[in-house]
Design a protein around this ligand. Structure first.
Ligand code: ITT
Length: 193
């Protein structure tokens, strides 16, 4: 069975490939959505990860006959009342880099002892513009005071995961996927498929 993935984020795509490999493919042939770069991205107007994942999956699935999924994910920091949340990719501005977003979140937390945070991931599955399901999961951790490690992407170097004794930036991708928001949300989708 061919399943298309629609994401413009290379970090996410790398992780999806790894997760499908870890599940031995499960009879699923994962492929990126062809021509994605030429398709205008939809506006992410949802108030929740699940709403934005559904919006992206429905939109992009109109460009293929195959099943397609999209991911909406991000970091919720308790002391920042859930920010950056659904704005995680553009926290420091519409074209912000990971380094700029990380610097902004560290500045917002400067001097704060309250550093609990979670990553959340919603994955929506659709075909022909119709939503078939949404799968959400999360992982709890702590915000560090400086970036550590160069694995992963986004906020990984700032996210301390206590059971591993290090940040996701210091965690090999294969290990991150066993506990991560994305690994667990995709496992739910794979079980459904
Ligand atoms: P697509 O919409 O094309 O998939 P995007 O990067 O714009 O790509 P999102 O709107 O879902 O996707 O934003 C997710 C952001 O949340 C991402 O850019 C990272 O900054 C952050 N993020 C999500 N998952 C993460 C992870 O596993 N590790 C670190 N940061 C993550």
């Amino acid at each position: 069975m061919i399943v298309r993935c629609a994401t413009t984020n290379p970090g996410k795509l790398r992780e999806f490939r790894l997760i499908f490999e870890a599940y031995g493919g499960g009879g699923i042939d994962l492929r990126p959505l062809e021509g994605l770069a030429a398709i205008a991205a939809p506006e992410e107007t949802g108030a929740t990860f699940a709403a934005n994942a559904a919006l992206k999956a429905c939109y992009y699935s109109a460009f293929t006959e195959d099943l397609l999924f999209a991911d909406d994910s991000g970091l919720e920091v308790e002391a920042l009342r859930g920010a950056p949340g659904v704005y995680s990719a553009r926290y420091a501005g519409p074209a912000a880099t990971d380094a700029e977003n990380n610097a902004k979140v560290l500045a917002a937390l400067a001097g704060s002892q309250e550093r609990a945070a979670r990553f959340v991931c919603s994955i929506a599955l659709a075909r022909g513009g119709k939503l078939l399901g949404t799968f959400t999961d999360a992982v709890e951790g702590w915000m560090t005071e400086e970036a550590r490690g160069s694995f992963g992407f986004g906020y990984d170097p700032l996210f301390y995961y206590e059971p591993f004794g290090g940040t996701f930036g210091e965690t090999a991708p294969e290990r991150k996927l066993l506990v991560s928001h994305r690994g667990k949300a995709l496992a739910r989708l794979i079980r459904e498929l």
